[in-house]
Ligand binder design. Sequence first.
Ligand SMILES: [Zn+2]
Length: 156
Amino acid sequence: MRCPFCGNIDTQVKDSRPAEDHVSIRRRRFCPACGGRFTTYERVQLRDLVVIKSNGKREDFDRDKLERSIRISMQKRPIDPERIDQMISGIVRRLESMGETDIPSKTIGEIVMEALARIDTVAYVRFASVYKNFQAADDFDKFVSELRPDVPPEEE
Ligand SMILES: [Zn+2]
């Protein structure tokens, strides 16, 4: 980070902590060239989120993929599409506000299940049943394809 006082690019981070809103990290920086001190706020950009699989592999977070798996688990459920959109945005916001760019796939699955459980039990059961295999297989593409219906019949 370039020093705003003297232009030196080699500044040091003295202190990092979550800002009060918990969607950003506040960093106190120090410039060894001029002694200047300044503060930066670091915010997660969704496109920078990285999913860490349980086998340690990294993969760029893909909102469309997430949305696909959620929509498939909600297929033919009597739920307002707008509500699904809101739920997905809420999940993404939660991921963004974790203050970390690296997010374990397990954490994403748990957040999705939590959100689904609040909205629709059937969708939750569909998602959760596939999620178990997903954790073993740890392959998100497989996960999405297994969620295609002809998965559990309506249980009402
Ligand atoms: Zn400086």
